[in-house]
Design a protein. Structure first.
Length: 498
């Protein structure tokens, strides 16, 4: 879509709304040819008022949307920027809705963290009903999505109240998988091609564990939750897992750690021997992530296992005594149907896991689903089919006693929907809430990990990224250690009230 901006240069706001309304479009700032899809987005000061106007041409139809707001007082340019972006997006939104003839499920919200809006409203003293009304009336969020966001906001507030100022969470990333899934854009290496990197990667990771533990002691902080993700951590052998988790147990003080998770994820990496290691090292939560229980869809994804393998892996986890199991499903996978998705969810719920996460397929750069340059595209369910899948998931999960506790959105997501974590009451993942709602600092180790340093009073966030690719990580010990020292200095300054 051709975007023309007049009186401003808020490109990001324009692109966010474009992706929300027209997820198949990509921004183009060249002059629009005759008949092309385009929008003219204008911002004009009029006395004490800022006025935004959008003139949209979509499939030969022209529509107009407008919004305005008082010029904010004070000299803070960030406040004015927020107001300008809000009215520009709402003007674009109104023009888009007029052209499309319907409103997207999340209305005019464009960010990945919609839960922050009702959370902040309730922190300011709003009732849950008032917070939900703001979502529906101000941001045009559908009643179903507003209810989802409110449930997750209440879970976020409960999690925040449980945290202490001298606590952080830890993430350890293992960027290896047995095979690469078609939808995946994460930095993960196919073990079949990179087996030689596993041992040197682990050697560097152990040194990063040692340094992080020492820096955390220096800053005077405790570990509240620990999450080992990936990739697929159980790509490591049982002895390698034992070495890593044993070093973590030895170096960190985990006496205040109330949640310890390892993503087992891929059934083709789960063995009784590995699960015994996890159990012995104190792991309380693991994932067995089918994504689908349809063998044809698994094959289309590039998974090297079947639905029968998922069932066997789940039985192994239950037999190991690890008390909490999460299972992921994805709505919108290639070759899936609403009937297939319903059957998958029914089979998963028959196993009675403590957590179920329902993702919506997002078409990401770097994934095979984005195409191979030949012009061929995978056959994906329609937005209407994905909506039917998610609607069935909401109804069925609630009927099985599960409640939504965290959610987030992504670019290029089928139907402009969302990812939602569901749990039996009492089994919500504190780490997932802290990560998604940015409630406190999370120190990240391993390949592709991103440390988030969260200032508890201002909400300001600083990020320190580890090298993405395993071969880069192996050669970056000095950089890793500098990052951990920087993070500890930040935490120490917080302790000293700076």
């Amino acid at each position: 879509m051709h975007l023309t901006l007049q009186g401003h240069d808020y490109r990001y706001a324009a692109e966010q709304m474009m992706l929300t309304l027209f997820p198949e479009e990509r921004p183009d700032y060249t002059p629009a040819p005759e008949g092309a899809n385009a929008v003219l987005l204008t911002l004009t000061p009029q006395g004490d008022t800022l006025h935004a106007r959008a003139v949209l041409r979509w499939q030969g139809k022209e529509t107009v949307g407008e919004d305005s707001a008082p010029v904010p007082g004070g000299e803070d340019p960030l406040v004015r920027d927020r107001v300008c972006q809000r009215i520009l997006k709402l003007a674009f939104y109104r023009a888009g809705v007029a052209a499309l003839g319907h409103e997207p499920p999340w209305g005019a919200l464009t960010g990945v963290r919609p839960v922050k809006i009702p959370t902040r409203a309730m922190e300011r003293g709003a009732t849950p009903q008032e917070a939900e009304r703001e979502l529906r009336e101000t941001y045009r969020v559908s009643p179903g999505r507003a209810a989802l966001a409110l449930d997750c906001a209440q879970a976020s507030l409960r999690a925040k109240q449980s945290l202490r100022e001298d606590e952080v969470s830890l993430y350890i990333g293992i960027p290896f998988c047995p095979t690469r899934c078609a939808y995946c854009s994460f930095v993960s290496a196919d073990v079949g091609r990179t087996l030689k990197l596993l041992s040197p990667f682990l050697e560097v990771l152990l040194q990063e564990v040692d340094a992080t533990a020492e820096e955390l002691r220096r800053a005077g902080y405790a570990v509240r939750s620990l999450y080992v993700g990936g990739g697929t951590p159980t790509t490591l052998s049982a002895p390698q897992l034992d070495l890593l988790l044993g070093r973590v147990e030895e170096r960190f003080d985990l006496s205040r750690c109330t949640e310890y998770t390892v993503e087992a994820g891929r059934p083709d990496t789960i063995t009784a021997e590995k699960l015994a290691v996890l159990r012995r090292r104190g792991v309380q939560r693991v994932s067995v992530n089918p994504q689908t229980m349809q063998d044809a869809v698994l094959a289309a994804m590039g998974r090297a296992h079947t639905a029968a393998d998922i069932l066997r892996s789940f039985e192994l986890v239950r037999a190991s005594g690890i008390p909490c199991v999460n299972m992921d499903l994805i709505a919108g996978l290639p070759q899936d149907t609403p009937e297939g998705f319903r059957a998958s969810l029914d089979q998963v719920l028959a196993l009675d896991p403590e957590n179920v996460t329902v993702h919506t397929l997002a078409l990401k750069k770097g994934s095979r689903l984005m195409g191979d340059g030949t012009g061929e595209s995978p056959v994906l369910p329609t937005a209407e089919d994905v909506d039917a899948m998610l609607s069935y998931a909401w109804e069925t999960l609630r009927a099985h006693g599960q409640v939504p506790y965290y959610l987030y959105r992504q670019k290029y997501m089928s139907g402009s929907f969302e990812n939602v974590g569901w749990a039996k009451p009492g089994w919500e993942s504190l780490y997932n809430i802290c990560m998604m709602e940015e409630l406190h600092t999370i120190l990240s180790l391993g390949g592709g990990g991103v440390t988030k340093l969260v200032h508890p009073r201002t909400g300001r966030i600083e990020r320190i990224a580890n090298p993405k690719y395993p071969h880069e990580y192996v050669d970056s010990l000095e950089k890793l250690l500098r990052g951990k020292h920087q993070a500890a200095d930040f935490l120490l300054q917080l302790r000293q009230g700076e």
